[in-house]
Design a protein around this ligand. Sequence first.
Ligand SMILES: *[C@@H]1O[C@H](CO)[C@@H](O)[C@H](O)[C@H]1NC(C)=O
Ligand SMILES: *[C@@H]1O[C@H](CO)[C@@H](O)[C@H](O)[C@H]1NC(C)=O
Length: 260
Amino acid sequence: MGALLALMSLHMAAELPIDGSEKTEYRGNAKKYQSRTLLAFRLELGNVSQVNCDALSFSPSDVYEYLQKFGLTAAGGRLGPVGVPGLLLAGGINFYGNQVSFGCDTVVNYEIVLADSSIVEVNKTSYSDLFWALKGGSSNFGIVTRFDLQTIKSPKACAGAHTLSSKYINEFLAAAATYASDIYDPKTHIVPTLTAGETTLTTMILLYDGDSISYPDIFKPFTDIPAISSTFDFKTVAEFTAETGAMVIDGIKYNPPEAH
Ligand SMILES: *[C@@H]1O[C@H](CO)[C@@H](O)[C@H](O)[C@H]1NC(C)=O
Ligand SMILES: *[C@@H]1O[C@H](CO)[C@@H](O)[C@H](O)[C@H]1NC(C)=O
């Protein structure tokens, strides 16, 4: 598996921008959605309290699948296909944010190539000012070639996409507002979306960390609204990011308007 990934990394490296940013768009979304995630990795077998990710590869799914065998996951991208150091360097919204904060907060060490071409390890005790700056300071401090992330214990989550008809938009917005004003349960994460089109659809991506509670109280305002379809069920983060990944249109790039 390691050798295969290394080859893929070489191939992908030629196609990725140097900051590793990758632009994606949700299927059916009227608005273009730009995201920058990272994740590729060098497996450190035998010690999974931490996972080491090579910057130039392509998919968080590989990291999640590997970690899942140990009942672990990481604070990486929420969609399988988005690749990218940009997510971790710019912050990193992730499914576990209410427990571990941004993805960048779980990075314990960076390997970075500096402007003078030296390669250094950056962490709490080595270049600590740069360690601080890389946690959200984005990609201009050098080229990060490896991220060492703390892992998160989470064998399964109850997660899915809950899709509602537009006649429930008011209930949907009220439920989102109620959730946002009092996130009393940190095991939760939501992604509310309204998709404009011939028929406006509202989709709520819900995730609840844990393998025993299927309909937590904090999600009741959403789950009480009748759904057109719902995939809410127990699954691993690897399975869920494959599912959310299917909502992304392959190879679509965000093209900013041309300057005049
Ligand atoms: C795993 O790695 C962490 C961080 O480098 C280290 O503190 C810990 O001792 C290691 N555990 C084992 C079992 O090697
Ligand atoms: C921090 O960097 C030093 C090298 O300067 C390295 O020896 C040490 O293992 C690093 N710490 C972590 C947590 O990676």
